[in-house]
Design a protein around this ligand. Structure first.
Ligand SMILES: Cc1cc2nc3c(=O)[nH]c(=O)nc-3n(C[C@H](O)[C@H](O)[C@H](O)COP(=O)(O)OP(=O)(O)OC[C@H]3O[C@@H](n4cnc5c(N)ncnc54)[C@H](O)[C@@H]3O)c2cc1C
Length: 499
């Protein structure tokens, strides 16, 4: 049994009368698909973090906003928990179902409602795949910048809920920086629009607050994203290093030279070899680390920046620097990086992907720390990550069939995240907290801060029905975990103390 996953959550939820709920759903929403047989529920029992599984009570697959609206009203009246799911690629157990609740799958909302080249925005339904937005915008010379490596599969609704990042977020920002507005339904089934068509709106910035809220504040029903003109030129430099620390230092030196690359990614030897075996991207398999540095913009600037970055990389001790010869090779270089997770999946029965963020200057020391922890725990770690924004993704290799290895992998993951916090970083950069990192939230935040989070949650969802037991730990839980000094103050949402 996993040590971080807290089975108590399901035991603590009030029992729901499944037969009565199913009958009412069929009566009120006869044309909405509802899955209830064990064999139909099975595919929905986890997201991309497959170490955690729970069978949902019911899975609903609405196709119209009215379906979602009526479903939420019904669940609100009956006090039934609701967990939203997009494409289920999340890596922190955010869409992990609860046994006494409904899993609301938004994947059928796949329409691109509008591409507006003059206004440079796209209006889309939440189940639209990230990559599909850029594909639809391409005929207008536009694209949607945030590009998670899962972009071929993940949904924009899931991206908003996780504030997803990607290779190009160093220069172009995370999901939150690329949104104009989001339409949501509250748990009471009321429609709200957060943000506006203008660049700013008065009052609190609820759009920013909602982005990254992991399905705990409302259900996303429509997203308006900003589109950017495709850069005229993009070039990629591949730099090899004989140590990860040198590569880590080079990252800071590129930014210190006043250059913000379109993407600046790092892979260590284990990740390089796995990706090369899988994709044949042309990576140097003897290198201890590589950096992929993309420079984009107008021709003259890109030419100049490539030269400057080349000089910085040489000075930082790169053993080789080469530029992708043409567009085919550039795409190959990125394909190796974007397929690095599945590539690592080929060399180990299981892997556990961490997602800590640290200040860039700490990269060399933290990489060294990870290597020491890896040796101490006796588990291999492959590093492949968004180096430019200090967003690390150590992949811990283990075999769940070996007694104790999953627990060791989780314990090692926890130590790596604590290391990130110690150097001034954070326990997540883009994958969210979900169920996975709930204990590490106690390391990152003190009890006053957590109480404030609970107050925000209660303002949107006073009954605590949306995605219960995720993202924000109770003070009671933190006290048990022993990570922070906890005052047992009155929570604005006392029921949460159970979890
Ligand atoms: C191989 C691989 C590579 C990845 N690379 C990246 C990367 O580079 N960058 C990155 O940021 N992430 C990455 N991820 C993680 C994942 O793809 C992202 O977190 C993504 O945003 C999840 O989208 P999804 O549609 O799959 O959401 P899901 O996994 O279905 O759900 C994620 C969260 O969003 C909530 N949610 C989903 N839809 C809605 C909705 N309509 N309304 C309200 N809440 C909703 C869920 O409740 C859950 O909390 C990667 C995953 C994999 C498997």
């Amino acid at each position: 049994m996993s040590i971080l996953y807290d089975e108590r959550i399901d035991g603590a939820l009030p029992k729901v009368d499944k037969a009565a709920l199913l009958a009412e759903l069929r009566e009120q929403l006869p044309d909405m698909q509802v899955l209830h047989a064990q064999e139909d529920l099975k595919p929905y029992e986890c997201d991309g973090l497959s170490a955690y599984t729970t069978t949902p009570m019911l899975v609903v697959l609405p196709e119209r906003i009215e379906h979602v609206e009526r479903l939420l009203k019904l669940c609100y009246q009956r006090k039934v928990p609701v967990v939203a799911r997009g494409a289920g690629t999340g890596l922190s157990g955010g869409a992990l179902p609860v046994t006494q609740g409904v899993l609301l799958v938004m994947a059928r909302f796949k329409q691109i409602l509008e591409i507006n080249p003059e206004g440079r925005y796209a209006r889309v339904q939440p189940g639209v795949r990230n990559l599909a937005i850029s594909q639809a915008a391409a005929p207008y010379g536009l694209y949607y910048a945030p590009d998670p490596s899962s972009q071929i599969a993940c949904s924009i609704g899931g991206n908003v809920a996780e504030n997803a990042g990607g290779v190009h977020c160093l220069k172009y920002g995370l999901t939150v920086h690329n949104l104009l507005k989001v339409d949501i339904l509250t748990i009471e089934g009321e429609r709200m629009t957060l943000g506006s068509d203008a660049l700013d709106s008065p009052g609190f910035d609820l759009l920013a607050l909602f982005t990254g809220s992991e399905g705990m504040l409302g259900i996303i029903t429509e997203v308006t994203v900003k589109l950017l003109p495709k850069p005229q030129v993009a070039k990629v430099l591949l730099a090899s290093f004989d140590s990860v620390e040198k590569a880590g230092r080079a990252v800071g030196e590129i930014i210190a030279a006043g250059i913000i690359p379109g993407g600046l990614e790092m892979m260590d030897n284990l990740a390089i070899r796995a990706a090369e075996d899988f994709i044949h991207a042309g990576y140097p398999v003897e290198a201890e680390a590589i950096l992929l540095c993309e420079l984009d913009g107008v021709e003259a600037d890109v030419h100049d920046e490539c030269e400057r970055v080349g000089t910085v990389l040489d000075k930082a001790g790169a053993t080789e620097v080469r530029m992708a010869r043409d567009e085919v090779e550039r795409v190959k270089f990125w394909a190796g990086r974007k397929n690095a997770f599945p590539a690592v999946g080929r060399i180990s029965p299981d892997y556990y992907c961490m997602d800590g963020t640290i200040p860039r200057r700490e990269l060399p020391g933290v990489l060294r720390g990870i290597r020491e922890l890896s040796e101490a725990f006796g588990l291999r770690v492959a590093n492949v990550f968004h180096a430019g924004d200090g967003n690390m993704h150590p992949l811990i290799l283990f075999d769940a069939n070996q007694p104790g290895e999953l627990e060791r992998a989780e314990a090692l993951g926890g130590k790596i995240l604590e290391l990130c916090v110690k150097v001034g970083g954070s326990i997540t950069g883009e994958h969210g907290v979900g169920r996975e990192k709930i204990n590490q939230m106690c390391v990152q935040f003190n009890s006053d801060e957590l109480t404030l989070f609970h107050a925000v949650k209660a303002a949107f969802d006073p009954s605590g029905l949306l995605n219960p037991g995720k993202n924000i730990p109770t003070l009671h839980r933190c006290a048990e975990f022993g990570a922070v000094h906890v005052h047992h103050g009155q929570l604005p949402f006392p029921d949460l103390e159970r979890f």
